[in-house]
Design a protein around this ligand. Sequence first.
Ligand code: GAL
Length: 941
Amino acid sequence: MFKSILVVLCAFLFCSISNAQEKVAKREVLSLDKGWRFHKGDIPYPVIKGHNETYRNAKAGRVSGAASTTYDDSSWRVLDLPHDWAIEGRVTPDANLSQGYYHRGFGWYRRKFRLSSEDKGKHIELQFDGIATHATIWVNGTVLHRNWCGYTSMYVDITPYATYGDNLNTVAVRVDADAQEGWWYEGAGIYRHTWLVKRSPLHIITDGVFANPVKRTDGQWKIPAEISLYNSGKLSAAGEVEVTLLAPDGTIVTTQTTGCTVGALKEEVASLKLVVSNPQLWSPDNPTLYKVKTVVRQNGTVTDETETKCGFRTVRFDKNTGFWLNDENIKIKGVCNHQDHAGVGVAVPDALWEFRLRKLKEMGVNAYRAAHNPMAKEFMAACDSMGIMVLDENRLFNTSPEYVRQLEWLVRRDRNCPSVILWSVFNEEPMQGSENGYEMVRRMYDVVKEMDSTRSITAAMNGGFFSEYNVSQGVDVGGFNYQIDNYDRFHEKNPDIPLTSSEDGSAFMVRGEYKTDKSRNIIDSYDSESAGWGATHRRAWKEVAERPWMAGCFYWTGFDYHGEPTPFEWPSVSSFFGIMDLCGFPKMAYYLHQAQWREDKPVLELVPHWNWPVDSIGKPIQVMALSNADKVRLLLNGKIISEQQVDPYEMNTWYVPYKPGKLEAIGYKDGKVVSRTKVETTKAPVCLQLTSYRNSLAGDGRDAMTVTVEALDAKGRHVPTTHNMIEFSITGPARIIGLGNGNPNCHEPEKGNKRSLFNGLAQVIIQATEGSGEVTLTAITPGMKQATLTIPVNQVAPVPFVPIENPPMMLDKWIASPLALDRPDVTCQIADNDMNSWQPVTVSTGRGLLLENANYIIFRTEFTPYLEYQKEGGAILFKNLAGKAEVWLNGQLLGAKEVLDERDFKVELPAVKDKCDLRVLLHAPINTHVGLKGSVMLQAK
Ligand code: GAL
């Protein structure tokens, strides 16, 4: 009497495959940053008991708990990514100092999104650019990715799991931010962008274009382009790949085409060669970028298309002469940095990369070491376009498959970047002076070289240099972290190994402080102290600058960072190493390096400020001039104190008996005045001032900028000794997303609307919302005139994004009884261990099920209503219900559909707290199609 429904289901499946029409559509890259639901803290997996539950829990698509498709997340906070929940909290002394005394822990994110029936047949990929620190990602109830590195992207092919139409897709991410991969602030959460990428079945894989120009020995350039294609279609696909080089002005330089055939579910590489004469070269001064446009066609129709930036430049490291860029011997003037910023932690808006790199460039930096991990791709793009060379560093030293995958990802993603001049496989690994370490590096070296033979590889060592086995034997360029006293010894013993400092300095300074007071965790800004293993700014540079075979330096660090608050602990919460503070406000070291590194403009700065208390009058104040002149003359209140020849390494120091007024410096070159500067004793502050370095924002919901707040005296002079608490308010299409003041000992929250000035300065970070209009930021403090800043927000097209859905509760996991000729017992028991009599069935496919020689079938689902419906009750809506139907809940009839034909049908759900057993008895004459052809959802009454 009962007949299997399998035959019918198989018939449908077969039919759809044989009729398969491969979808050809333009690539869509959509931001998935908006509208995530977030829960801070862990949600333990439910305890699974009983055969039925245990069996189901082990199946694809059937995960339980917060990762499941039907989990009730309606009470979770809604937010947009990038997000760092650690920085939203408060520092407390019981948390880890390395992580800046911020609390991390666990968190969950969920997002629903819709794919239309138009998307069916496309290749669908989710991309997470960075999650701190470990994460598990489920899509539609199946675990698809486990992330073991907080700095690598995850590209998750969800094509086989995707659902279309009303059946929304559910992404759930559990983040373990207790996991630590560094000894600096790492943040917590999905802190980089997320994307949904739709492509044709035959497409270029993510990061699948390798088009790095190489100079040939005959002086011509070639681009040996390798295009990695994947075919997610059901049939083998033949097509052609066209690669076109576009000049900076958009004109076509050259183009090549080749054929390709990619089997179903196979990857192939199409290789083409472009030859180019006399391109414009890329360099820090002229960061000229070209574009490689890659088009894939099938039967003349474009199936995929992408543009990749690249640059023409040569780089090489020489054992005697150091670094060469475009056959010019230049010194690397680099800084190391972590990736956080004041107020935002690691969730740094793209626009802030540009802000930070501008500051560095202005200082004379030409290189950046991404310490000690891959950076966001937007950061890499900014280095390419702004002309900052990058020492691109891998995070974890491990040669097992997962970690090799991470290294390969990094090289694949960044190998077209002209900015990348050197790969680093590790930083300071204890095994660096051992055979094990050497063996590991040898393998990592091989992995990198296989993918990019054009660049040198280093490893940043802080020891083991003279061991019988050490990793310098396994790389192209020896990387020295500190160990200045070993530079010469190593070079003598290893004259064939090119060398660079990969890290040096680690001197301490607190911005705007000029008296060390260890009882208050303050270190002066005269470059007087460094970590025991490091050197002052001046020594670190001198030791590199005077050795032609040292390719350059990477100063630790350009900016202060949260965590690792050396040389102090609590109450210090962030580092003291920065040339700039956490906000990017310059310390004295900024002008020192600027004087040493910028040859293209006169530099002259004086420290300290000239606002000393009355009891300092007559006492000597240490004064330093930072300049690139030949000679500096110092004057106090118009009277010459003295002139000094400039020492380009040490700079110039005077001890000047304090007298309020004006301290002036004049710089001379070849006897001529080339620069002037002054510091003046100011009056008391009377008003606030807000300044921005940009005069508009783009209304795309992402653009952001820093705004400086300071106090001025009646003559409009900056007062460097103010510490007032400032309150901010904002109106118009922008919001405040972070606050800072650069004080490493400050515990004020970095979110909110209040921040004290520290030595005269604080920073507000504002981010545009979508739209246009005028933003007004106001700063107030008692006793001073308030400041307002008005910034226009311009209408721009937002980054295309995946719309936010507020779905009802979808009931999409059903089983179906065998077919029956006679009316079965709708409330019949199904044995807990019987996994076979009833079969899982996919609903909402738009197709019905044939009652072959039968009249009845029962569909069944189990669910616990969302809290809202538990309290209020709701309605169950069956879309396109075909056949007569009875709807039963927990053994009670809720309603009946008396007509055969397909239509929407709704029954009321009473307020029920517990798990519900919902059954639909469908009946119709023999050999009729019935079924839950549309989606089934629980919604408000
Ligand atoms: C180095 C290390 C950096 C930082 C620095 C502080 O040894 O590579 O990450 O800790 O010391 O001086």
